[in-house]
Design a protein around this ligand. Structure first.
Ligand SMILES: O=C(O)CCC(=O)C(=O)O
Ligand SMILES: [Fe+2]
Length: 266
C-alpha cells in the first residue's frame, strides 16, 4: 500500500512562529492540495500538542489563503476541538448531529460536518493513545470519480441529497478545479428519515453504486496513527474513515476542525 505522500518527521516540533514552523505549515498546505489531500505529521507530543496543533492549523489556513491569492483573515478562524474516545453505550443519533465517532463501530468513508452549508475545509486527527485496531482510511476525490460511471456522477451532482433539512449535491463541480465532495451515507439516511425526504430510484441507485465503489476501491490508503501522529485532511477533497474498535478500547484522539475560505484549499 502506498504511504501518505507527504510525511514530515521531526524529533521536536518547530517553535510556532519560527522559519521551520512556517516551512512545515507550507509543506502541509501543499500536501492538502495534491492527492491524496492528506498529510501525516509525526512526532508531535500530545502533551504540548494542543497549542501546537492549533497554531499549525491556523498557519496552514493562512498560507493556503496567501497561496491562492485570497486575503488572510485578521482573526484566525475558530477551531472546533473534540476528544474522540469510545463510549460504547452512546446513541449514535442522540445529539443534533451524530456521535458515530464515539461508538466502537467502523466508520465508512465520509466527509466531516456535512450538515453545514460548507463543511469544514480542514480537519486533523492527533493520536494521544493509540490502538492497533483503529486504523484510518483516506480516499482522494480523484479516485472516487474514476471508480464511477458518468451517469452515476451526473446523478450524484444533483442537489437532492438530504443533510439535515437541506439538500445538497454529493459531487460539486467548479470550472477551474477538481470537484469537491460532501458525503456521509449514515447522515443522508438519518436526514431522509427525519425530514421525510424522498430520493428517486435513480438517485438511490447512484448512492448504492457509490457505496459499492467505495467498498471495492483499491486506492484507499490505510494508516494506523501512533501517539504523536497527526493526520491533517482536506475535508472537501478526501473522504476518511476508521476501522472498528473494541468496546473497551483505550484509544484517545484529539479532533480539530476549522473553516478555510472557499477556494483556498479546494
Ligand atoms: O476515530 C477516528 O479515527 C475518526 C473519527 C472520525 O471520522 C470523526 O470523528 O469524524
Ligand atoms: Fe470523520
Amino acid at each position: 500500500m502506498p504511504a501518505i505522500r507527504v510525511k514530515t518527521t521531526f524529533r521536536r516540533p518547530p517553535k510556532p512562529g519560527s522559519a521551520a514552523f512556517f516551512s512545515l505549515a507550507d509543506r502541509v498546505r501543499a500536501g492538502l492540495t495534491t492527492p491524496p489531500y492528506a498529510v501525516l505529521c509525526r512526532g508531535i507530543a500530545p502533551t504540548q500538542g494542543r497549542n501546537f496543533a492549533q497554531a499549525l492549523l491556523h498557519a496552514v489556513s493562512a498560507m493556503a489563503c496567501q497561496h491562492a491569492g485570497l486575503p488572510v483573515a485578521l482573526n484566525p478562524p475558530p477551531i472546533s476541538f473534540t476528544e474522540v474516545t469510545v463510549k460504547p453505550d452512546i446513541d449514535p443519533n442522540a445529539d443534533a448531529v451524530t456521535s458515530y465517532s464515539r461508538t466502537e463501530h467502523a466508520l465508512a468513508l465520509h466527509t466531516d460536518s456535512t450538515y453545514r452549508r460548507v463543511p469544514h475545509g480542514l480537519i486533523a486527527f492527533h493520536m494521544v493513545t493509540t490502538d492497533r485496531a483503529g486504523a484510518n482510511s483516506i480516499l482522494a476525490v480523484d479516485d472516487v470519480l474514476s471508480a464511477l460511471d458518468p451517469a452515476t456522477i451526473a446523478a450524484l451532482s444533483e442537489p437532492v441529497f438530504p443533510f439535515k433539512a437541506a439538500l445538497y449535491p454529493i459531487i460539486a463541480h467548479s470550472a477551474s478545479s477538481t470537484p469537491i465532495l460532501r458525503y456521509y451515507r449514515a447522515q443522508i439516511d438519518l436526514s431522509a428519515e427525519r425530514h421525510g425526504t424522498h430520493l428517486s430510484a435513480r438517485h438511490s441507485a447512484a448512492l448504492a453504486t457509490l457505496d459499492a465503489a467505495l467498498t471495492a476501491c483499491d486506492a484507499i490508503q490505510w494508516l494506523t496513527l501512533k501517539a504523536g501522529d497527526m493526520l491533517v485532511i482536506n475535508n472537501l477533497r478526501a473522504l476518511h474513515g476508521r476501522s472498528a474498535l473494541s468496546r473497551d478500547s483505550k484509544r484517545r484522539m484529539f479532533r480539530y476542525r476549522l473553516d478555510v475560505p472557499e477556494g483556498a484549499l479546494a
